[in-house]
Write a protein that binds this ligand. Structure first.
Ligand code: FAD
Ligand code: NAD
Length: 478
């Protein structure tokens, strides 16, 4: 086997494996270096997303939501259940099975596309060479005309709350508890804090989330964040904003967290603690400075708007570069880089990348928030529509939430779509398509949406931009 490739991808997560597949489709001789060893102690592809991120978290969110539905909401439907039991190990095993199916599916795709999987840890050297240290300790060096760095990210550890067996954990640890913690603390009310906090609250834990910032979900549109916060409070998810953690002590009584809020010093005692204060680029030790590739003060590979580093033929994508840490962003960057290597001129519209938080209700958005538009001095119109008067949402017993559309006041072009409510993760694709195709609110207002469907709320929000929603109050705002 020759050690020379057209492309070597370092990292086999949703950025790297997708890039590798697209390179192979385009006729490039491709290898992907991946070091992941899974729970079963086997090498695995799929990265954070498939192994310990997007997929396992959604599997547990689904199981826990079903449990909560049975315990909390079915009585109104005339359905009562007695003798209900919860079997957490089975829940975890189901999650692990899904992970196994999807990660081995990626290995099959590699085989089908003729991609070489170099198992072990890769390091980028000078002159587009990659050293790979195999799991057996053997070291080999490979070279390529093009290299894609896709090494992803790792959780940030707080010096005051170091990882401690199954008690003080990151998101990975919180995906593997085999029993429901009685008292659970979470540091960070970001995406992971909310998703994992929701899983364990639904299963019966008393969950307190401590967030340092005064605003809830600062990146989301304020109206949507406020509506979501109200729902979480009703559910009993205790989110304490403006709470700065100063100390974490492990005692016989539990984990004692000292924090300061507007009222002064407080303590909280829990049995388990999830630290979810963000993730950082995973580039330490993976890039020899002799390669010429620059890394910023946060460990991210420095790239231009086409994911090119300063060294010709070397690119970086996904969580290890600037931009949101999202699997679909990583994958689309992988596709565009592969096509650029093959001589094409692809384009990725960063303004049309959707965000989804898979809580209940789900939160999703794409494009600009109202606060973004205000800060930029852009004139806009707003259309909102509540799920409370959507027939399908009522039938589903999920009529909390709303859709909010922001459109340019002069051109009517859709600039942002924000959803809190049922199936927001699916509905947001309509907003992404609208932004990508430069549609106006009028364009969508003129379309026919199936009745009864949740999408009718999207239609009505688009109508509301022009002050003509049929089933709602039209409040045209600027
Ligand atoms: P990664 O998935 O981190 O993959 C990088 C890969 O590179 C890893 O497999 C690693 O082993 C390998 N690697 C690193 N260094 C080397 C090296 N030197 N040699 C060989 N291999 C190496 N995003 C969403 O869009 N939707 C979600 O619902 C979602 N849920 C999430 C839930 C959780 C709990 C977490 C933690 C994250 C979630 N994310 C979600 C974020 C998502 O997982 C990441 O944005 C995504 O995985 C980034 O893809 P990537 O390919 O850049 O990096
Ligand atoms: P995050 O950036 O979403 O949230 C971290 C939160 O912790 C922030 O609100 C921050 O203000 C707070 N924080 C930071 N330091 C703190 C401290 N010392 N005390 C209290 N609060 C503190 O990060 P995350 O939740 O760890 O998730 C990491 C990344 O993973 C996210 O950027 C996201 O892109 C990705 N992710 C995405 C999804 C999804 O798309 N559904 C799900 C999970 C994770």
């Amino acid at each position: 086997m020759s050690n020379q490739y057209d492309v070597i991808v370092i990292g086999g997560g949703p950025g790297g494996y997708v890039a590798a597949i697209r390179c192979a489709q385009l006729g490039l001789k491709t290898a992907c270096v991946e070091e992941w060893i899974n729970k079963q102690q086997k090498p695995a592809l799929g990265g954070t997303c498939l192994n310990v991120g997007c997929i396992p978290s959604k599997a547990l969110l689904e199981s826990s939501e079903r449990y909560e539905e049975i315990t909390h909401t079915n009585a109104g439907h005339g359905i009562t259940v007695t003798g209900l039991e919860i079997d957490v190990p089975t829940m975890i095993a189901r999650k692990d099975k899904i992970v196994g199916q999807l990660t081995s599916g990626v290995a099959q795709l590699f085989q089908a596309n003729g991609i070489t999987w170099l198992q072990g840890r890769g390091k980028l050297l000078a002159n587009k060479q990659v050293e790979v240290k195999g799991h057996d300790g053997a070291v080999n060096t490979y070279s390529a005309n093009n290299i894609i760095i896709a090494t992803g990210s790792v959780p940030i550890e707080l010096p005051i709350a170091r990882w401690l067996d199954t008690r003080i954990v990151d998101s990975t640890g919180a995906l593997d508890w085999e029993a429901v913690p009685k008292r659970l603390g979470v540091i960070g009310a970001g995406v992971i804090g909310l998703e994992m906090g929701s899983v364990w609250r639904r299963l019966g834990a008393d969950v307190v989330v401590l967030e340092a910032m005064p605003d809830f979900l600062a990146a989301a549109d304020r109206d949507v964040a406020k509506a979501a916060q109200t729902q979480f409070k009703k559910q009993g998810l205790d989110i304490r904003l403006n709470s700065k953690v100063s100390k974490v002590d492990v005692t016989d009584a539990g984990i004692v967290i000292s924090y300061q809020d507007a009222e002064g010093e407080k303590t909280l005692t829990v049995d388990n603690l999830i630290v979810a204060v963000g993730r950082k680029a995973n580039t330490a030790g993976a890039i020899d400075p002799a390669s010429g590739v620059a890394v910023d003060e946060r460990g991210r590979v420095v790239v231009d708007d086409h994911c090119a580093t300063g060294v010709a033929g070397i690119y970086a994508i996904g969580d290890c570069v600037k931009g949101p840490m999202l699997a679909h962003k990583a994958s689309e960057e992988g596709v565009t880089v592969a096509e650029r290597i093959a001589g094409q001129k692809p384009h990725l519209n960063y303004d049309a990348i959707p965000w989804v938080i898979y809580t209940h209700p789900e939160i999703a958005w794409v494009g600009k928030t109202e606060q973004d538009l205000k800060a930029a001095g852009t004139e806009y119109n707003v259309g909102t529509f509540s799920f409370a008067v959507n027939g399908r949402a009522k039938a589903m017993d999920q009529d909390n939430g709303m859709i909010k559309v922001l459109a340019d006041a002069k051109t009517d072009r859709i600039l942002g779509v924000h959803i809190v409510g049922p199936m927001a993760s699916e509905l947001i694709a309509q907003g992404a398509i609208a932004i990508e195709t430069e549609s106006t609110a009028e364009d969508l207002a003129r379309m026919t949406f199936a009745h009864p469907s949740l999408s009718e709320s999207m239609h009505e929000a688009m109508l509301a931009v022009g002050g003509r929603a049929i089933h709602g109050v039209n409040r045209k705002r600027k």
